[in-house]
Design a protein around this ligand. Structure first.
Ligand code: ATP
Ligand code: MG
Length: 350
């Protein structure tokens, strides 16, 4: 008997459950007869958990996540909890902290089928990921002060904080196209100078990975002018925040982008980058692709089943090519129709 993979499922609020269902159906179809055994532990989180247990991250939810091999989350929050004592989003910060998820990884992929949706002219396939340090840097550094006379923010990084996220990036590159680009401002910032030294040392121990550096201002241009040149982009918290939104924009659609957050040990967490889309909840038209791609990312990165991830991603590609897509991509199909189409494509490819 192969051991069962444990997946904690946090199905979320508004469109959350709609797209999570789609993701789980695709997971089931893609793993059928594939020697991949898993069990789902569905636990409340976010707004749903506030309603049923009074807090966004109940203890039993955290324990279920800690005891899992991977966590799948859809999207949480929304106007229903605007006046809650503790907002659903507080649960998100808490779970990242408690699972020590110090790196956030977002793919930017513009396949042939998606090229028409991009606001920029794409001549080659774009396929890079941004690995962003998530729990340090200027968003956390002290002192942080503000008075009428002036204000201070502090950007600070320890060598250890840089090393651990750099390893995530290089390991990721080993599973991809073996190229890491460090983004910094090493011509000005002391923290960036340290990043270059520390990441340079890590690069020396990954001889198969090509390593280069770019200043963040130049990178802001290159994301648009030559996005096909990158594989893994590694950067600190603030630069990563800005660049990953810029990168999302060039794909042309929020509803197709997954993400992954990783710590040192313990489970990684996979979720779409968008919110719970209260404006379209219950209409059955939410784009499930972001969630389905989160499932594919989980299979590849937590379970070493890149083969299954590829099958899912190819099945998505076929659906987009056939224009079986939801209204956000200009189509007329429902969440259920898109999901069924993707499942059919997976079955046909096996
Ligand atoms: P948050 O603060 O939680 O990120 P937000 O205010 O940024 O939320 P989202 O929930 O991400 O908003 O939605 C932004 C817009 O994108 C909305 O109009 C929403 O309907 C749309 N949208 C987001 N996700 C999807 C999806 N999966 N399918 C279709 N439309 C979506
Ligand atoms: Mg948002």
């Amino acid at each position: 008997m192969m051991d069962k993979k444990k997946i904690a499922v946090l199905k979320g609020d508004y469109i959350g459950p709609e797209i999570m269902n789609a993701g789980l159906e695709v997971l089931k179809a893609a793993t059928e007869n594939q020697n991949f055994d898993y069990e789902i532990n569905s636990v409340p989180f976010g707004g749903e958990a506030i309603d049923s247990e009074g807090v966004p991250l109940p203890d039993r939810t955290l324990q279920a996540c800690k005891n899992s091999d991977a966590v799948l989350l859809s999207a949480i929050g929304g106007p229903k909890w605007d006046n809650a004592a503790k907002r659903p989003e507080a649960g998100l910060l808490e779970i990242r902290k408690k699972l020590n998820l110090f790196s956030n990884i977002r793919p930017t992929q513009i396949s042939e089928a998606m090229q028409d949706y991009s606001p920029i002219k794409i001549e080659h396939e774009v396929n890079f990921v941004i690995v962003r340090e998530l729990t340090s840097g200027i968003y956390f550094g002290t002192p942080r002060t503000k008075s009428a006379a002036g204000a201070v923010d502090t950007m600070s990084y320890s060598t250890g904080e840089i090393e651990r996220v750099a390893k995530v990036a290089f390991d990721m590159a080993m599973r991809r196209n073996k190229h890491v680009t460090l983004v910094d401002k090493a011509n000005v910032l002391a923290t960036s100078k340290l990043w270059r030294e520390v990441v340079g040392r890590i690069a020396d121990s990954y001889l198969k990975v090509e390593f280069d550096c770019s200043y963040v201002d130049a990178m802001a241009m290159k994301v648009i002018s030559e996005p096909e040149k990158f594989d893994v982009i590694l950067t600190e918290n603030l630069f990563g925040d800005i660049l990953s939104d810029e990168a999302a924009e060039i794909t042309g659609s929020l509803g197709t982008i997954p993400s992954m957050s990783v710590g040192e040990n313990g489970p990684a967490l996979y979720e779409p980058i968008h919110g719970s889309a209260p404006d379209i909840a219950g209409l059955g038209i939410a784009n499930p692709i972001s969630m389905i791609k989160s499932v594919a990312m989980m299979l590849e990165n937590s379970f070493d089943r890149g083969d299954l991830a590829t099958r899912i991603n190819n099945a998505i590609e076929v659906a987009i090519n056939k224009k079986v897509v939801t209204p956000d991509l200009g189509g007329k199909s429902t969440t259920t129709e898109v999901t069924s189409e993707i499942i059919n494509n997976i079955r046909e490819s096996s």
